[in-house]
Design a protein around this ligand. Structure first.
Ligand code: 5BU
Length: 472
C-alpha cells in the first residue's frame, strides 16, 4: 500500500492534480498548494487506481448500504466504487434548497440505512458536513468518510466532532514527503507548505449545526459578550431589554409616513430598516428626525442597501452621493458575491466615522428561485468569518451556530404565504425555529389598519417562539 501510494502521489503531481505556487482559494485566502483532483477524469487508468485504493480504506467486515460522493469531484469516484463494490449510491443534489421543498437526495434509500461518504479533499470539512446534514435528515446513518487528501487544516477534527470517522489516503504532510523523496519538489517548497499549515488551521466549524447548535439554545443576554462586533452586542442587549425581535421594514416612499411609523413602532422594535432609494422626498432633515426618534425610542437604523460591487465602488456608494449612508445608518446589508474586498471597501468608507457600525451579510435570500443555495451559503459564511464589521447574516435557515452572530430573517407574516413577485413568507414561530434572532416584518405591519396592534402581535408571537426555543 505504502509503495502504491508513493507511486500514485508522483503520478498525481505529474498530471497537475497537485500544484505548488501562489494560489488564492475560492474564499479569497492565499495558499502555496493547490489540489485539483478533477483532473483524474481525463486519465481513466489513474482514476480507476485511485478509486480502488480509496475503497481499500473501508473495512469490508462493516456493512454498508449506500455510498455517497460529495459533489462534484468525488461523484465519479463514488460511482466507480459503487459499481465495483456492487453497493448502491445516492446523490445529494447541490442546488436545491428552497425552504425544504425540493428533493435533495437522488436514489433509492430507506431511513436507517448505513451510508459511507466519499470525498476528494478535506479542508475545513464543511462540504462533508453539509452533505451529512442532508443525509441525516432523510434518516440515513453516517459513521465513516473516505477521503483522498486531508489538507490538515482542521477539517478532520470538525468532521470527527460530528461522530464520523475519517480515513484518508494522504495527509498533505505525507504527500510532501513522497514528492520530496522522489525529487519532484524542493525542501524549500516543503518548508513553505509546512509554515503555511502551521498558521492556517481553519477555526472549529461553527457553521452547520444540528446537535451542536449553541446559538439556538442560548438567550440573548448571554450572547452579548460573545459578539465580535460592538453593535451586534448592543443589538442583542436591546433585544433582551425590549423583549423584541422585530426589524421593521418601513418600505414607504414618503418621509412623513416613515417618521409616523417610527413614532408608533419605535418603543417595540429593535431595528427600523429602510430602503433610502425608494423615498421620493429624501432630505437631510428626514435623517435628522429619524435619528432623533431612534434615540428617543431606542432602536437602530438599517439601510437595506445590499451593496454588491467591488471594494472601491462600494466605498464610494457607502460614503458619498446624495445619501451618505455611512454617516447615519447604524447597519447596512451587503452581498458576498463580489468577494472579501467588499469588506475592505466598506471599512475604508468608515475612516472618519467614530460611531459603531455593523454589516448584515446576505447569505441566503427569501425569494423564490434565489441563487443563494448550497456552497454559496457556506462560502459566504466563511468569507465573512474574519471581518469584525459583520454583526450577522441575512438568511432563511439555521446556517451558523456562532452565538456572537445574529440571524436576520426576512419574509415573515402571521400566516405562511407569498406575494405575486416571488417573496415567500413564513410564520413568526417557524422562522424562530429555523434560527431567526431578528425577524424582518414589512407589509405584515405597514399594510395593517391598526399598525400598533399588528406590531404587538408580531412581537408577542416572536418572543414566545424564542422563549420556547431556548427552553428546549
Ligand atoms: P415584506 O413586506 O415583509 O415582504 O418586506 C421584506 C423586506 O425585507 C423588504 O424590505 C425586502 O427588501 C427585504 N428582504 C427580503 O424580503 N428578502 C431578502 O432575502 C432580503 C431582504 Br436579503
Amino acid at each position: 500500500m505504502e509503495k502504491q501510494l508513493e507511486e500514485l502521489a508522483i503520478i498525481l503531481y505529474e498530471i497537475n492534480a497537485i500544484k505548488f505556487g501562489d494560489f488564492v482559494t475560492k474564499v479569497g485566502l492565499k495558499t502555496p498548494v493547490y489540489i485539483d483532483l478533477r483532473t483524474i477524469i481525463s486519465h481513466p487508468q489513474i482514476f480507476r487506481q485511485l478509486s480502488t485504493i480509496l475503497w481499500t480504506l473501508h473495512d469490508v467486515s462493516e456493512h454498508v448500504d449506500q455510498i455517497c460522493g460529495v459533489p462534484y469531484t468525488a461523484l465519479p469516484i463514488a460511482s466507480l466504487i459503487s459499481v465495483e463494490s456492487n453497493i448502491p449510491m445516492v446523490i445529494r443534489r447541490k442546488e436545491a434548497k428552497s425552504y425544504g421543498t425540493k428533493k435533495l437526495i437522488e436514489g433509492k434509500y430507506k431511513a436507517g440505512e448505513k451510508c459511507i461518504i466519499i470525498e476528494d479533499v478535506i479542508t475545513s470539512g464543511s462540504s462533508i458536513l453539509e452533505v451529512v446534514n442532508d443525509l441525516k435528515q432523510e434518516g440515513l446513518v453516517i459513521t465513516e468518510a473516505l477521503v483522498i487528501m486531508d489538507r490538515e487544516q482542521g477539517g478532520r477534527k470538525n468532521i470527527e466532532n460530528s461522530g464520523i470517522k475519517v480515513k484518508s489516503l494522504y495527509t498533505l504532510t505525507q504527500l510532501l514527503h513522497y514528492l520530496l523523496a522522489a525529487g519532484k519538489i524542493t525542501p524549500v517548497i516543503v518548508q513553505n507548505v509546512e509554515n503555511y499549515l502551521a498558521t492556517c488551521n481553519t477555526a472549529p466549524l461553527k457553521l452547520l449545526n444540528e446537535s451542536t447548535n449553541e446559538r439556538l439554545k442560548m438567550d440573548f443576554s448571554s450572547r452579548v459578550k460573545m459578539a465580535k462586533n460592538q453593535l451586534a452586542s448592543k443589538i442583542l442587549r436591546l433585544m433582551d431589554t425590549k423583549e423584541s425581535m422585530i426589524c421593521l421594514a418601513a418600505d414607504l416612499s414618503k418621509t412623513d409616513s416613515i417618521l409616523e411609523l417610527a413614532e408608533i413602532a419605535g418603543p417595540h422594535i429593535v431595528i427600523l430598516k429602510i430602503h433610502v432609494d425608494i423615498i421620493e422626498n429624501f432630505n437631510e432633515e428626514f435623517i435628522k428626525q429619524l435619528k432623533d426618534l431612534s434615540l428617543k425610542h431606542k432602536f437602530f437604523i438599517m439601510e437595506d442597501r445590499k451593496f454588491a460591487d467591488i471594494g472601491n465602488t462600494v466605498s464610494l456608494q457607502y460614503s458619498k452621493g446624495i445619501y451618505k449612508i455611512a454617516e447615519w445608518a447604524d447597519l447596512i446589508t451587503v452581498h458576498s458575491v463580489s468577494g472579501p474586498g467588499i469588506f475592505d471597501g466598506l471599512r475604508k468608507a468608515l475612516k472618519n466615522i467614530p460611531e459603531d457600525r455593523g454589516i448584515f451579510v446576505v447569505s441566503e435570500m427569501s425569494s423564490e428561485g434565489t441563487l443563494t443555495t448550497g456552497n454559496y451559503i457556506t462560502d459566504s459564511l466563511k468569507m465573512s468569518a474574519t471581518c469584525d464589521l459583520v454583526a450577522g447574516h441575512v438568511c432563511q435557515s439555521n446556517i451558523f451556530s456562532d452565538p456572537g452572530l445574529i440571524q436576520l430573517t426576512p419574509g415573515v407574516k402571521l400566516a405562511k404565504a407569498s406575494d405575486d413577485l416571488g417573496q415567500q413568507y413564513n410564520t413568526p414561530e417557524s422562522v424562530v425555529n429555523a434560527g431567526a434572532d431578528l425577524a424582518v416584518v414589512g407589509r405584515g405591519i405597514t399594510d395593517a389598519s391598526d399598525k400598533l396592534a399588528a406590531i404587538l402581535k408580531y412581537k408577542d408571537q416572536l418572543w414566545s417562539a424564542y422563549r420556547a426555543r431556548i427552553s428546549h
